[in-house]
Design a protein around this ligand. Structure first.
Ligand code: BDR
Ligand code: CA
Length: 316
């Protein structure tokens, strides 16, 4: 089984990423780090604990990450995030108070220790800002060459951004951190809007969860229906909601869901294109540092996604 850590700003698609990792038969989810973004960092940690309990995965520890980027003093949730993920990050659906508490060790230290312990056997999937990973890199630069794989949800190469014309939300929260990660030479795969906006879920699928007549099925249907309703308003042409974060987990386990291009990329950290993930022609002869997902076999992915989540929800 693959050792995996998720680093999430636990909103609705992050919650589906947790379910994918818990439901995948070949994953040993050793911990979740929380980040800010769709909600505040403390709320993200609570949401992760609640989702894990809903899925019966109470053995997975949750660690607190950084509350904001290192270039800002504090973080406020953007109104658009509240519109898409609800005030509590999980569609304003109420879940029971988590029984398990957040761990005392910081998320950054947990990540560093895990890389030192598992090295090449460890996969990290960040689906929020890259602040925690950049902080870990600064404290322990050796992790760049020892971690097995980092498959992140973030960025956009062939499509415009979703928070500005250039920038995708996760990268835009902390472009400095993202640039430090992109240029660190760690084994990196970027699962950006190029593929996630082409991998959609509809109410047909959430109805299948509701029909299971289990608590997990009903709660996940409620949570994801909130997200679909928000997409119907903000992106009516898509006819569904984007499976951003669970696609990154899927690609980390089975890279054949996507076709890729290896590039030398950096992240623009100033100016009007702040947050842009871009290949630099001046660096064409430099070694590539990012494997970028360009196309996706969405039908095969969706089949696997539904198989893992439905099997899991049926049991809880
Ligand atoms: C990303 O931003 C967050 O709102 C989502 O959870 C996803 O990780 C999409 O741009
Ligand atoms: Ca996310």
């Amino acid at each position: 089984k693959r050792k995996m850590i998720l680093d999430l700003d636990t909103g609705i698609d992050d919650a589906m990423a947790i379910a994918y990792a818990v439901g995948a038969p070949d994953v040993d989810l050793i911990g979740i780090i929380s980040s800010y973004g769709n909600c505040l960092v403390d709320q993200a940690a609570i949401n992760s604990l609640q989702i894990l309990e809903l899925l019966g995965a109470t053995d997975v520890p949750v660690f607190l990450g950084e509350p904001h980027s290192s270039t800002t003093e504090h973080f406020d949730v953007m109104p658009i995030s509240q519109q898409i993920h609800g005030m509590n990050g999980i569609g304003d659906v109420n879940l029971p108070e988590p029984k398990r508490a957040v761990e005392k060790q910081s998320g950054v230290d947990f990540l560093i220790d895990a890389v030192h312990q598992y090295g090449a056997d460890l996969t990290l999937v960040p689906t929020g800002p890259l602040t925690n990973l950049a902080e870990a890199l600064e404290k322990a630069p050796d992790i760049a060459s020892t971690i097995g794989n980092v498959t992140l949800m973030g960025g956009a190469l062939t499509v415009p951004g979703n928070v500005s014309h250039y920038a995708e939300a996760n990268i835009n929260q902390d472009a400095e951190a993202a640039n430090a990660v992109f240029t660190s030479a760690m084994p990196l795969t970027m699962v950006g809007l190029d593929v996630t906006l082409r991998t959609l879920l509809t109410k047909t699928e959430t109805q299948q969860w509701r029909d299971l007549k289990t608590t997990a099925g009903a709660k996940f249907a409620d949570i994801v229906d909130y997200y679909i309703a928000a997409y119907d308003i903000t992106s009516p042409d898509l006819h569904g909601c984007a499976l951003h974060d669970p696609l990154a987990v899927g690609v980390s386990l089975d890279p054949s869901f996507v076709t890729t291009l290896d590039l030398n990329m950096y992240v623009q950290a100033s100016g009007e294109d702040y947050g842009r993930t871009i290949g630099d022609p001046a660096r064409l002869n430099d070694p590539t540092n990012v494997t970028v997902a360009l196309t996706v076999d969405k039908d095969r992915y969706l089949k696997t996604f539904m198989n893992y989540l439905t099997t899991l929800f049926k049991a809880h």
